[in-house]
Design a binder for this molecule. Structure first.
Ligand SMILES: O=P(O)(O)OC[C@H]1O[C@H](O)[C@H](O)[C@@H](O)[C@@H]1O
Length: 298
């Protein structure tokens, strides 16, 4: 496997850096980061978790939110951007296993960097899981990022076990908002959801989803694209991601989270596409399946 620096060197707009350089006031002992600066966008990616942390279009529109209190610490989940939650989403029945799996806190290998069409750039990351006490089945996860005027994230999962393996997962995007109390997601009006705050009670969303307090809802079977309104107006489209999780911790929980802090819940909402709860993927031995999310500003 070529070293990170060797892969990155041929591309003028892509440099290796670290969190101490880019975020000198942030907490934590520091992490290596990749900086992307092209004619189309500026972005920062952490090889830990293959996590796109920030993305701003050339016209200055940010498409992602990163917590001002993000802690850059090896093995700690990074609050913001698009964490990859895998091989399970949410809490694990075994309390000793971390919420949202271990992919987001593992080092992924950068396997390829390429110039894509129309000035976009492409980064490929891979996580080889040999199978261990955390998750018995060996698998490979690959994440392809295409960064241009939009963000494209494609996750592919391959089961290397000789038996079928069950996965739940999400691309947990933190989207910036200007005024949280104005935010709405119109396409969810009238849809059923499972409320994580009420033991997965199945309820119906009356009007457009709004965020006037803590929200933690799983909308199954959302085929359509999803638009976040009003400012910035962002669109999430997808392929093969049946579930949509919607989250904001509300004021009280945000204040109690050391990597979020008082008032910072006002800056974002999470719209997370993936395959969770009953919509998880069962992969046959040797099977590969892909899911893709595209985030764009309208
Ligand atoms: O704090 P984290 O482990 O990153 O999880 C943040 C949030 O992720 C998802 O949105 C879940 O549905 C929430 O229940 C959870 O609180």
């Amino acid at each position: 496997m070529p070293a990170l620096a060797d892969l990155v060197r041929p591309y003028a707009g892509i440099t290796l850096t670290d969190s101490k350089t880019l975020f000198p006031d942030a907490q934590g002992t520091g992490l290596p980061l990749i900086r992307i600066d092209t004619d189309l966008c500026q972005a920062v990616v952490a090889p830990q978790g293959a996590q796109l942390l920030s993305f701003t279009k050339a016209d200055g529109t940010p498409l992602l939110w990163l917590s001002p209190q993000c802690q850059f610490e090896p093995g700690k989940a990074l609050r913001g951007g698009v964490p990859v939650c895998l091989p399970w989403f949410g809490p694990h029945p075994d309390d000793n296993k971390p919420q949202h799996g271990f992919a987001r806190t593992s080092d992924w290998a950068l396997t390829q960097v390429a110039q894509a069409d129309n000035g976009r750039c492409e980064l490929w990351f891979e996580l080889e899981h040999p199978g261990d006490e955390r998750f018995r089945q060996p698998f490979t996860a690959a994440l392809r990022m295409v960064l241009g005027q939009t963000i494209e994230l494609e996750l592919s999962l391959t089961n290397h076990d000789s038996h079928a393996a069950d996965f739940t997962w999400a691309l947990h995007s933190y989207l910036p908002v200007q005024t949280l109390s104005d935010v709405r997601v119109p396409v969810l009006a009238g849809r059923d959801y499972l409320d994580n705050l009420q033991n997965h009670a199945r309820l119906t969303q009356g009007g457009p989803l709004t965020f006037t307090g803590e929200v933690d809802r799983v909308f199954p079977d959302v085929e359509s694209e999803v638009t976040l309104e009003p400012t910035p107006r962002l669109r999430l489209s997808h392929e093969n991601c049946p579930s949509l999780v919607t989250w904001n911790p509300g004021a009280e929980k945000a204040a109690a989270m050391d990597d979020m802090g008082e008032g910072n819940e006002q800056g974002f909402v999470c719209l997370e596409r993936g395959a969770v709860l009953d919509e998880g993927w069962t992969l046959a031995p040797g099977e590969t399946r892909r899911g893709k999310v595209t985030i764009s500003a309208l």
